[in-house]
Write a protein of this length. Sequence first.
Length: 397
Amino acid sequence: MHSRRYIQILEKYVSQDQIQKYIGCLIGGAVGDALGYPVEFFSLDEIKAKYGEQGIQHYDLNNGVAEVSDDTQMTLFTASGYLLGAVRWIYAEYGLGAHHSYCRKSYEDWLLTQTRKSMPKGDTRVSSWLMAIPELYHRRAPGQTCLAFNNECNIDHPNNDSKGCGGVMRVAPVGLIYPVFFETEDTKGSHVIYEAAQCAALTHGHELGYIPAGCFAQIINLASHTDMKLDDIIERSLEDTAIHFSHCQEFPYFLDMMQKAIDLSMSADSDEICIAKIGEGWVAEEALAIAVYCALRHQDDFVAGIRAAVNHDGDSDSTGSITGNILGAYLGLKSIPEAFLKELELRDVIIEIALDLATEKNASKIYEELNLEDNFLHKYQIRALDDFIHLRQKNNQ
């Protein structure tokens, strides 16, 4: 975790409100994920049979821990990858490849956590400091498409026709980091949407596998960096996504699905009925549509939003995670009750990553004041990464 002095200096360059939105976005996603993970493969009837007529309302703890799934794991590795790319661009240590290419390297690390119990000492092939976190070495129902990750894939050269939600559920950090690089109104949406779509296309080659990811990242971008109302954020994000993908064969269907979610959010019908009309969330456009519905319907109540998002027949952890990302970015960390924070797995790591995303824009100024007392650059520069990982492993023992 970052020191108190670090945070005090960070607040000189980044407003407390924006820091709270960054943390709220990633913590919110993890909270929704952890609430939905135990019921991911339950029907709504099965959820009610186990937890009561209102469905699951609180964490179902495993040994006192609210466990997160592959959704949060991959979100963290997405953030780490983009921060790796950001440091390369700012400090030009070596190589200036596309930012999603660094995310590709980070996903290679995530794959290792799914096949190992820990990182062997002396393994220098990794690019992410997250490899030093023991809690990440767990399989939490990862999608087969993500496990079959091929690092040569992109939008123009897809490896499959998958449109599962595994591409969209992990790209929230792209919406947080991209205004760092592109400060004009004309370019913000362009790069956010393009990079998030390319990030999703690393594993999901169908148009509906990556278009929702671009739209989702733009929702996060606007929710975390503007004071726009959520209804306007959704509308603007769809308009921006259309600029990039309206030529795609599947875009009209995506737009129809999103409009259905918007319309249903104003319906008098129950969440249960409305979500069933959208789908189950196993595919990307349905997962985003369910999340947009829940966020709009409960835009002033984080807890009500994530509870609605996980109590249905489908992919509860992913819809909970995406909803939590949106509402967390929109409402900030203050909207998440302490009861949903204290048992949350990887909470400190998630907060650390969120602060790193907030730091990145002003890293050189902050570290000049710190006299390099902290280790941001070591975490995201490969030449110094080995020492940093060994230090974290030692501290974890």
